[in-house]
Ligand binder design. Structure first.
Ligand code: FES
Length: 255
């Protein structure tokens, strides 16, 4: 297979950036899109030119670092896959493919296709953990968890924090990401203890980071490689409303 790649090249966050075109031949259908970029880079390096910068770590859909818009869609045209899992058999021989970084103000471009998603860490640090003392490892069945709750928590815990939800949303909202983190913790008994404070702190961190708000567009759910559901956002909104009212009443009673 052969392809024409239009790749976004940008030296740093201040550089306006531009598309550059590369022809790539002898592509095997089972190669991933990242392997095609590797192939282009090998050629660029051989010619003494600057290689295309992009992130990847696991290359099996686990780490969430391969944040690339392929033909205008976060992670490309296949549903429920990351770019590292996007095989070239999904394209037609001779296609022109456009690759650019995820674009959202809270995700500045570092170089070419690499973006800085460390703002997600700030949201996690605001409450995306369980802070109660759990002591030594206890017997697995000491805290009963229903099968339904375990499955529900695991569905949300699949979020790999890639940022596809933000990149796809017209408002650059991070509500699918934040709500998935909240849902997987608050669904389990260990995390339910502090859910009221967690939801306020994480939503506050998300808003301060400059992300927009959900307007039920649904692009985030469609683009999410782990198929996190919009129902997580609905649950976060309900918990936020309840918790805001509860905290206000608590303050009034103690003042
Ligand atoms: S490189 Fe880890 S998810 Fe793609």
């Amino acid at each position: 297979m052969r392809f024409t790649l239009r790749v976004w090249r940008q030296k740093d966050a201040r550089d306006p950036g531009r598309f550059e075109t590369y022809e790539v031949v002898d592509v095997v259908p089972d190669m991933s899109f990242l392997e095609v970029l590797d192939k282009v880079n090998e050629d660029l390096i051989r010619r003494g030119q600057d290689a295309i910068a992009f992130d990847s770590d696991c290359r099996e859909g686990i780490c969430g670092t391969c944040c690339i818009m392929v033909d205008g869609r976060a992670h490309g045209r296949l549903h429920g896959t990351t770019v590292c899992e996007l095989r070239m058999r999904a394209f037609r021989d001779g296609d022109t493919i456009t690759a650019e970084p995820f674009r959202a103000r809270p995700f500045p471009v570092v170089k070419d296709l690499m973006i800085d998603r460390s703002i997600f860490d700030t949201i996690i640090q605001a409450g995306g953990y369980v802070s109660i003392g759990t002591g030594a490892a206890s017997d697995a069945n000491a805290i009963p968890v229903t099968k339904e709750a375990a499955e529900r928590a695991m569905d949300s815990a699949q979020c790999i924090g890639c940022g596809a939800c933000v990149a796809s949303c017209p408002n650059a909202a991070a509500m699918l990401f934040t709500s998935a983190k909240l849902a997987h913790l608050s669904t389990l008994p260990q995390g339910r203890v502090e859910w009221r404070y967690r939801v306020l702190e994480m939503v506050e961190a998300m808003n301060s980071a400059g992300f927009g708000n959900c307007s039920n567009h649904g692009e985030c759910e469609a683009a999410c490689p782990k198929q996190i559901k919009l129902t997580d956002i609905a649950q976060m909104n309900r918990q936020f409303l309840f918790s805001s009212a509860f905290t206000k009443r608590e303050k009034a009673e103690t003042s």
